[in-house]
Design a protein. Sequence first.
Length: 298
Amino acid sequence: MRLIYAPLFFFGYIALALWLVGHQHRPLWLLALLLAAILSSRLGEALMPYKPAWNQHRKQGPRDLCHALVNESLNMASIACIPLLASWLPATGLWPGHWPLALQLLLAIVLADLGITLVHYASHRSAALWRLHAVHHSVTRLYGFNGLMKHPLHQVLETLGGTFALLLLGLPQDVAMLLAFSVSIQLLLQHSNVDMRIGWLRHVFAWAPVHRLHHFKYGRTGDVNFALFLPLWDRLLGTALYLPGYALADDDVGIGDRPDYPVAYLAQLREPWRPGQPTPPAPLPAPLRQALAERMEP
């Protein structure tokens, strides 16, 4: 199960989504399918946890639910606005609408992933963007629902970065729905607390064993593995990192120089606008320092 969990989850749910939209013409059922994915993600984390301590809720469930509801509502609103946006943008007729729906989705994923990855990369380089993105990094444990935990404004910026080129190409609304669903599935896998074993697939998909390293709390150690779907972008950016011999400690994730980052939902929404004094970053633990010295992928 540890070997097949990630590919079964990813390809199984996306195949069901393609069937619902392409053959049954029931796009609204994607909401029920997403709920099923969230529940099965939680079940996998309960049965095969990477870190049992990360399954402890620590009273963060209501906050994470608020983030998920707001951000998924923003996604649905943006999809509903596609016909209006299309009327404002020049009609290029470049979108390959004659392709099979699965290939159209694959093209949308690749192009959106590049845009989202670049916004993500910039969010670790720009102080203004980081203040928004820090909400996502403030988590001190990783589990699937964390992927949906973002400041709404940063969510909007990532969505624009990922879809602007697609809209110019004439992205159809049904492909946009499938893309939004696929992003949610990928986020569940990226931040999952399942002890999945992905082997060579780490070169193809940025699932949890790859992305967990991005959430290191030690200064800029986590400025790696920015991609949402494809590690290819990190290889091109020179930010790919894989540490096969290092198992994250229970307290390795978070923001090391902000141990006091607010936990409540509304406080997190206000935090980017509040002036704050940074504290010294958390010191790098010796096992991680050794692992980093031994293996850094180009």
